[in-house]
Design a protein around this ligand. Structure first.
Ligand code: NAD
Length: 475
């Protein structure tokens, strides 16, 4: 299925369906099975009252469970004034495919609360979050074995703590209650590395994609991230951490767009310093030593090697796709490229690393957090000392046999047992690298597939189809 040029605009959910259909047309599955994979299994729309400054406000909100082929379902909760049912359905569907690509055994889900968080104080946000959680509890739309939310646009560890506390209050004595939500602060059952996980996954995924000489030569680029020019849209959780890891690896972040404007410096920007400036002044504009751009959206069409949209969906559309000069687009946000723009970018030969693969780091580490909560033990607690002792004995033996002595520093590097954070980073790196290899293999092998997004959908559809077929319902 290809883009219908007579149609004025695809909704976000229609875009996801279109991408699905394009990949499905290259596969031989029963039509009923494909329909079942594509459909949203449960859609829950809520309206609940909350008292704000002595007035009652009725809040619109959603939870969508896209696929029950694996349980629990999993997906973030978004707080934004733009939330609507179509958007939440699209994001839930992407979660199903995302989990399949990175072999995380969950079905996809997503939640949305239609509020602009900056318009409420902390107390009011707490009331809204707790009431939303209560609505989920009422209909069994939350629980460690049914549906497990996480942070998304406009939410973070603070909101996840409120969700956990509310769930525990209603499920007193449930030993697995901690696993009802992920992205919690470490002191509340969270896992080290979750905050940076999505950005770190964006970094691991891109680093792997730019390591293939053949693929980079086709774009007129050399391999590696060092020296590559990067433009970022959105310095929130995902954007900041992506920028930080790219910067640390030697890439040059030449422009950053934020809600209130954009800045540019051809010699590169330090994301930590930019964030500090935003925290101090409330805005990105007038960052010392950088040029302030009049239009934040202008950064999207500036010359660079890598463009990272890390804010919201539908930012690159048919109106600006032709003007894009980046050679690689890293979809850190969900759905930042519309199908019309995707077709234009493909024609131009731009490499698009698709959202459902590239930003899967968050759900991957959420899976580790959920496992930690259900096993009631921190990763590394049982074996760190044991491994360290075994490594020390090995090094002592090598020193004795060779007569060579290592420095204390060399010895520590070799013998150190793994902490929770080491295991989380290594598990995430392995996940992102092997998933990219699977997607790239499909892209290179299948003549009907001309882009990484279709290849990623192909991988996801095969895995979900296998799950349904294992149930014996579908041929
Ligand atoms: P966030 O709220 O922490 O950050 C988003 C940032 O984008 C904010 O700083 C906001 O000011 C900025 N922004 C909004 N509109 C903008 C615009 N038009 N131009 C420039 N900047 C703009 O949200 P987040 O958690 O970083 O999520 C960002 C995207 O990543 C979303 O699409 C989300 O669905 C996706 N995502 C998030 C996670 C996660 O773990 N948080 C995981 C996977 C995908």
């Amino acid at each position: 299925m290809s883009v219908d040029k007579s149609k004025s605009k695809y909704s976000f959910y229609e875009s996801v369906e279109l991408y699905f259909d394009k990949a499905a047309s290259t596969m031989r599955y029963d039509a009923g099975l494909l329909d079942q994979i594509k459909a949203c299994n449960s859609v829950y729309q809520m309206r609940f009252p909350v008292r704000i400054k002595n007035k009652i406000q009725v809040i619109e909100s959603y939870r969508v469970q896209h696929s029950h082929h694996k349980l629990p379902t999993k997906g973030g909760i978004r707080f934004s004034s733009k939330v609507n049912q179509d958007e939440v359905m699209a994001l839930a569907a992407l979660m199903t495919y995302k989990c399949a690509i990175v072999d995380v055994p969950f079905g996809g889900a997503k939640g949305g609360v239609k509020i602009s968080p900056s318009k409420y104080n902390e107390d009011q946000l707490e009331r809204i979050t707790r009431r939303y959680t209560t609505e989920l509890i009422k209909k069994n739309f939350i629980g460690p074995g049914t549906d497990v939310p996480a942070p998304d646009y406009g939410t973070g560890g603070r909101e996840m703590s409120w969700i956990l506390d509310t769930y525990q209050t209603f499920n007193y004595g449930d030993i697995n209650a901690m696993g009802c939500v992920t992205g919690k602060p470490v002191g509340q059952g969270g896992i080290r590395g979750r905050t940076e996980a999505t950005g770190l996954g964006v970094f691991y995924g891109t680093r792997e994609a730019v390591s293939y000489e053949e693929d980079m030569a086709a774009l007129g680029l050399t391999t590696g991230l060092k020296g590559k020019t990067v433009i970022l849209q959105g310095l929130g959780n995902v954007g900041y951490w992506s920028a930080k890891f790219f910067h640390d690896a030697g890439a040059k972040i030449i422009a950053i767009a934020e809600y209130h404007g954009a800045i540019y410096n051809k010699d590169g920007l330090n994301p930590d310093k930019v964030l500090k400036h935003i925290k101090k002044t409330g805005k990105i504009v007038k960052f010392p030593g950088a040029e302030t751009l009049s239009e934040r959206k202008d950064v999207l069409t500036m010359k660079c090697d890598i463009l990272i949209p890390a804010a919201l969906e539908q930012q690159i559309h048919k109106g600006n796709a032709k003007a894009i000069k980046a050679k690689i687009i890293c979809e850190a946000a969900n759905g930042p490229v519309t199908p019309e723009a995707d077709a234009i970018l493909n024609e131009k030969g731009v490499m698009v690393l698709p959202d459902m693969y590239l930003n899967a780091g968050g759900v991957t580490v959420s899976y580790f957090e959920w496992l930690k909560n259900l096993s009631h033990v921190r990763f590394g607690r049982m074996d760190k000392r044991f491994n360290q002792g075994a490594n020390e004995r090995m090094v002592d033996l090598v020193e004795k046999l060779t007569g060579n002595k290592l420095t204390d520093r060399q010895k520590n590097t070799i013998t150190k047992g793994a902490d929770e954070i080491d295991l989380v980073y290594s598990g995430l790196e392995e996940t992102m690298v092997s998933a990219y290899r699977d997607i790239r293999a499909v892209w290179k092998k299948n003549k009907k597939i001309d882009d990484l997004r279709t290849a990623a959908f192909h991988v996801a559809i095969s895995k979900v189809a296998q799950s349904y077929q294992a149930l014996g319902i579908f041929p």
